[in-house]
Design a protein around this ligand. Structure first.
Ligand code: MRU
Length: 356
């Protein structure tokens, strides 16, 4: 992996593309160092692509799937010999083990796997066909997000102009562009439907403070950053019309796994009469799971809680619980927006009908 610093004078941050395929390599905007620095990591192997996903160089369910798809292309490049098919399947397994909760990752790997299987009798891997599939996943993500933006902003228009609250980062950085929940916010802002955006800092990794606040600031969308625990106070003010969030996996009954804290926010929203909108591409649905109870929840390093940078903020040896996602029951969700349409008051039947 090599690191390149982007010259902030030459680059327009709004147009910064967090995932690029350039000269046979994958380039990722390193989200671990934003907003302080804009650095690109140049990745030339599938192993490094898997490491970049697990280390959160790239994060957010749709972005993870795009990076993993390009990771398969990296695994295929330069490979020859009769074992190429098995070697690529191994690379897919390795990429699939990088993060467990976002089902979009497995969706993309399954598409890449289908291409590999089509060419299994060829003497070498189908690099061009794999690259075409990865590019399609990438570009389609952005166009789908524009649809999500339109559909979600129509819902906001129906209820009237308001402030909104969002959690984590679901913007251009987390996707192929525009964003899912943040894409709805962008689209609604452009239509004059949003007065301001309340951004939760999103402990412990601070996706809200570091990434969402940065994205909104680049575009001059009024944003206010607050600690996660200010949410009830803000909702009680009556100013917030919608809580708008993304998703990492949605079960057949509409339960939604998303960034830790989403469940608490949805409970608070229901109490205060704030509507809850979940915005996610169709690849986020996992109809093989009856409910959210069996969604695998990733836990991450204790250090995310015990340290702030190099400084210890908890006693050495303390036991730590650091789940990075939780599951919001469908009953707390007013609408799920996907590129096929809007599912209001989601439940098994309405989800099945829209996805059929
Ligand atoms: O741990 P992260 O930063 O990958 O978590 C991201 C989220 O929870 C997002 O809300 C979700 O992936 C949707 S991103 C469009």
């Amino acid at each position: 992996m090599t690191t390149m610093t982007i010259d902030p004078v030459c680059s327009d941050p709004i147009r910064i593309n967090p995932i690029r395929w350039c000269d046979d390599a994958l380039e990722l905007l390193d989200q671990r160092v934003l907003p302080e620095r804009q650095e690109l990591l140049r990745i030339t192997s599938a192993d490094d692509a898997a490491k970049a996903i697990s280390d959160m160089v790239v994060r957010g369910a749709p972005a993870i799937r795009i990076a993993a798809a390009y990771g398969v292309v990296l695994a295929a490049q330069g490979r020859t010999g009769p074992a190429w098919h098995d070697q690529l399947k191994e690379a897919i397994d390795h990429l699939g083990a990088s993060r467990p909760t976002a089902v979009n990752l497995f969706w993309a790997l399954s598409r890449m796997s289908t291409v590999i299987d089509e060419y299994r009798h060829e003497p070498r891997p189908p690099v061009a066909a794999l690259l075409e599939m990865a590019r399609t996943i990438h570009t389609r993500d952005k166009t789908d997000n524009l649809t999500l933006g339109r559909l979600g902003s129509e819902l906001i228009a129906r209820e009237g102009q308001c402030s909104v609250m969002t959690h984590c980062n679901t913007g251009a950085l987390a996707t192929g562009g525009h964003g899912t929940a943040l894409g709805v916010i962008r689209s609604a802002w452009a239509k004059g439907l949003i007065t301001r955006v309340h951004v939760n800092e999103t402990r412990p990794w601070l996706q809200g403070a570091r990434l969402t606040a940065w994205e909104l600031q680049q575009e001059g969308i009024p944003a206010v950053l607050a600690v996660d625990s200010a949410a009830s106070l803000l909702m009680a003010s009556g100013e917030i019309g919608w809580l708008i969030v993304g998703a990492d996996r949605i079960a057949a009954n509409g339960d939604v796994a998303n960034k830790i804290g989403t469940y608490a926010l949805a409970v608070q929203a229901r109490h205060h009469g704030v509507k809850v909108m979940v915005v996610a591409p169709v690849s986020t649905f996992d109809l093989s799971l009856e409910s959210g109870a069996t969604i695998p929840i990733e836990t991450r390093d204790a250090r995310e809680l015990t340290h702030q940078g190099e400084r210890a903020v908890a006693p050495k040896g303390i036991e730590v619980f650091n789940p990075v996602f939780d599951v919001t029951p469908a009953t707390l969700i007013d609408a799920i927006v996907c590129e096929h349409g809007v599912i209001e008051t989601p439940e098994r039947g309405s989800i099945a009908r829209l996805l059929a």
